[in-house]
Ligand binder design. Structure first.
Ligand SMILES: [Zn+2]
Ligand SMILES: [Zn+2]
Length: 281
């Protein structure tokens, strides 16, 4: 991370709802959501699904266990937090990880409480959250806030349409834009203005495409969208490249290949996110 203008995105986990490792998901990945951004010399992480364990392992191997990073949560459903206790750099009390969640304030929850009383607590998990808290700063913010981080990146946030709430992110750095729009459900008959605003003229948009339009009626109200809706947003927001994301656990690699082909036939700049892939902006 030496180039001060380097802007990259790595998919450490692309799957939604529950990890699904195995021979039928090796191509697109079985780990749940985690994104790593490098913005110059700074590291920004979004979500702590099971993919974050692999990110932690890489940091330990290549950089040692001391981590300085900003970690934003889209929300705190299990598939987006379950990797956190296995993110090894958090166990170094000298690490400094600034954790931000924007969907909890309205319902009188807080991020530290969710982690300490629901995730890392007997008898659900034997390691208490106290063991990572020295490395963590917890920040609950009102979704809609704009963050200006050290190093020059700007993070804009907006509410998504998801049970219990979720925040979308727009990361701007060195003249480039990435929009993270997961987990979110489209509105029938109109495009979500919040999503379009996050993704406006983005170089890269990551969009919740857990289902196809054919499957969607069975999952209405579950808080997820389709690849066909991703294309509508990409067109409305003038997005350069779109990654379908939050792959449904029932979609094996063959099914994902079919979705990739169908989506690319409609808009060639749309394809599924692949675990482990690095996107250079
Ligand atoms: Zn999810
Ligand atoms: Zn969710």
């Amino acid at each position: 991370m030496s180039d001060s203008k380097e802007f990259t995105l790595k998919f450490w986990g692309t799957r939604g709802s529950i990890p699904c490792p195995g021979p039928s998901t090796v191509k697109y990945g079985g780990n749940t959501t985690c994104f790593e951004f490098t913005c110059g010399g700074k590291r920004i992480i979004i979500d702590a699904g099971t993919g974050i364990r692999l990110l932690g392992k890489k940091i330990m191997l290549e950089e040692g266990n001391l981590l300085d990073a900003d970690l934003f949560f889209t929300h705190t459903h299990m598939d987006h937090i379950q990797g956190l206790p296995f993110f090894a750099p958090l166990y170094n009390p000298n690490s400094n990880v600034r954790m931000n969640a924007g969907h909890l304030v309205e319902d009188n929850y807080d991020l530290q409480g969710i982690i300490g009383t629901m995730l890392m607590k007997d008898p659900v998990f034997p390691v208490p959250s106290a063991l990572i808290e020295k490395a963590c700063e917890f920040n609950d913010y009102d979704c809609g806030k704009v963050f200006e981080l050290d190093g020059g990146s700007v993070i804009k946030t907006a509410p998504l349409n998801h049970p219990n709430g979720a925040c979308g992110y727009r990361i701007e750095f060195a003249g480039k834009v990435v929009a993270i729009c997961t987990d979110t459900e489209h509105f029938e008959g109109r495009i979500d203005d919040n999503v379009v605003e996050l993704a406006k003229d983005a170089d890269v948009m990551v969009y919740d495409a857990a289902y196809t339009d054919d499957e969607y009626p069975n999952f209405k109200g579950w808080g997820h969208s389709t690849w066909q809706e991703a294309i509508k947003v990409a067109e409305a927001a003038n997005v350069s490249q779109t990654f379908l994301f939050h792959h449904d656990p029932s979609h094996d690699d063959d099914r994902m290949d079919e979705i990739a082909k169908a989506a690319a036939e409609v808009r060639s700049s749309v394809r599924p996110a692949v675990e482990g892939e690095v996107i250079k902006l």
